[in-house]
Design a protein around this ligand. Structure first.
Ligand code: NAD
Length: 471
């Protein structure tokens, strides 16, 4: 059997590396139009950072795992084609939701159809709106010139989380495969299930109809993001009342109906998926006439924006109502720990908010490059703002410095803001950092990872999300 995967990104690369590692009898080729990315996958400096990924790639690469830009050859030869291309949010649209941009998906489908001389299973790995398989089916069938070639479409959404991708792929809570309830559909489901069964217990391989599987992925992300927005909403109330959000979270998390996970108050969720998938879910709801349901889900995104803005306002008000000309050390730019991914990271909105009020941000993140930071801070929030954005972009960049380490970032700073929960940040010598800073020195812990009592003893004025304020 030969598997090809279109898209060598955060999902395509790690998932196929795991398939290849666990299925030595299957040839797995990941193809991409981005030559630089493919070259990096073939090198010792992989294009993405994920704990444990390098070891998996190293073991399988060259044995039965390959990365290539020769899309036509490998797709043409494959029995199963995974499609793991990006499905970003469209920049146009009215109402709460925003449609997923399926340009890349349609491009991939046309490519598969044009090079197929044998029947194939086509697997939706990307997160797509419910009913995408119907549209893709038409593109595939009507663009394939070879008579007798059939395409069976399966939905196999990916539930991995960045930062824990390898562990998630090795021991997934479940694998979901959606397909048509026909003889050929059931056969295709069984073929894909037999691939996963190389290392995943059968009872964890769930099957569903196509539309349920497509919708389950959007629903999972909406529920996860909703939990974050819910606890963040409570964090605002805690600050206003003297309650402590960690105590509240612990108290409710011990209720087995609620559970303890995803209850950390934070400066907001980020990443390429949560916001995009909720906007997409809202859009789907609107498009079938469910305006109230669309608005319900949209609130999760609104609450996230509010939390980021609230954090910025809290910093400014604590620092005597101005951060003008003040240096602020930003610890962490990635959207969460153990990844170098900065897509939709809350750090973008926080840094921009501070710079707009006159601050100078000195940013340190162990896995994010200066190029990523400058790119993210010079880009408009929305594509459609781009024409009016150039002045604002240069203003942002003049006030950003990327520090080589945490000490350099804190040197001469008035405040430290923790924006990513990197474990290394907990182990710093905050007394030494305090000594290098302007006084009063502030710490704004946007992830609640530090020992606040100890920091106060050191002399810092501490603001922690959802916690009682300093007297
Ligand atoms: P990504 O942007 O990192 O990777 C997508 C890759 O597809 C890019 O390298 C791009 O060059 C390539 N591509 C696009 N069109 C192509 C074509 N016609 N031929 C060959 N290559 C092509 O995206 P990602 O983060 O890997 O996400 C992929 C999908 O998986 C998205 O739908 C996303 O929502 C979903 N997803 C992402 C995560 C995550 O944590 N990142 C988790 C679960 C699901």
């Amino acid at each position: 059997m030969k598997i090809a995967c279109i898209g060598a990104g955060y999902v395509g690369g790690p998932t196929m590396a795991m398939v290849a590692l666990k299925c030595p009898d299957i040839e797995v080729v990941v193809v991409d139009i981005n030559e630089e990315r493919i070259n990096a996958w073939n090198s010792d400096k992989l294009p993405i950072y994920e704990p444990g990924l390098f070891e998996v790639v190293k073991e399988a690469r060259g044995r039965n795992l390959f990365f290539s830009t020769d899309t036509k050859k490998h797709i043409g030869e494959a029995d199963i084609v995974f499609v793991s291309v990006n499905t970003p949010t469209k920049s146009t649209g009215i109402g709460a939701g925003k449609a997923a941009d399926l340009t890349y998906w349609e491009g991939a489908a046309r490519l598969i159809a044009s090079v197929s001389t044998s029947s194939k299973i086509v697997v939706e790995k990307s997160t797509v709106p419910v009913k995408t398989a119907e549209a893709i089916g038409k593109v595939l069938q009507r663009n394939c010139a070879t008579p007798g070639v059939e395409f069976e479409i399966l939905s196999n959404p990916e539930f991995l989380a960045e930062g824990t991708a390898i562990e998630d792929l090795r021991h997934p809570d479940r694998v979901l495969i959606g397909g048509a309830d026909t003889v050929s559909g059931r056969k295709a489901i069984e073929t894909l299930a037999s691939v996963y069964a190389h290392w995943i217990p059968r009872e964890r391989i769930l099957t569903a109809n196509l539309w349920s599987a497509e919708l389950a992925k959007l629903t999972a992300n909406a529920f996860l993001a909703q939990r974050i927005s819910s606890i963040n909403a409570i964090s605002a109330l805690c600050e206003a009342t003297g309650a402590d959000v960690q105590q509240v979270a612990h108290a409710i998390g011990t209720d087995s109906r609620i559970g303890p996970k995803f209850l950390n108050a934070s400066v907001g969720f980020g990443g390429s998926c949560f916001q995009k998938d909720i906007l997409n879910l809202s859009y789907v709801c609107e498009s079938v006439g469910l305006k109230e349901v669309a608005e319900y889900w949209y609130q999760v995104v609104s609450m996230n924006d509010y939390q980021k803005q609230r954090f910025v306002e809290r910093i400014i008000s604590a620092m005597f109502n101005t951060v003008s000309k003040k240096k602020i050390a930003i610890y962490g730019f990635a959207f969460k720990k153990d990844t170098g991914d900065t897509r939709e990271t809350p750090a973008i909105d926080v840094c921009k908010g501070l710079i707009r009020d006159g601050a100078k941000c000195s940013i340190y993140d162990p896995e994010v490059t200066p190029e990523q930071i400058f790119r993210d801070l010079s880009a408009p929030k929305f594509e459609w703002d781009r024409p009016n954005y150039s002045r604002s972009a240069s203003h942002m960049l003049e006030n950003v410095q990327v520090a080589p380490d945490a000490t350099a970032a804190a040197e001469g700073a008035h405040a430290i803001c923790i924006l990513t929960e990197w474990d290394a940040f907990k182990a710093y010598d905050y007394q030494a950092l305090y000594d290098k800073m302007h006084k009063p020195a502030f710490i704004f812990d946007g992830r609640n990872i530090l020992d606040h009592a100890k920091l106060r003893e050191t002399g810092f004025i501490v603001y922690a999300l959802g916690k009682p304020l300093d007297p």
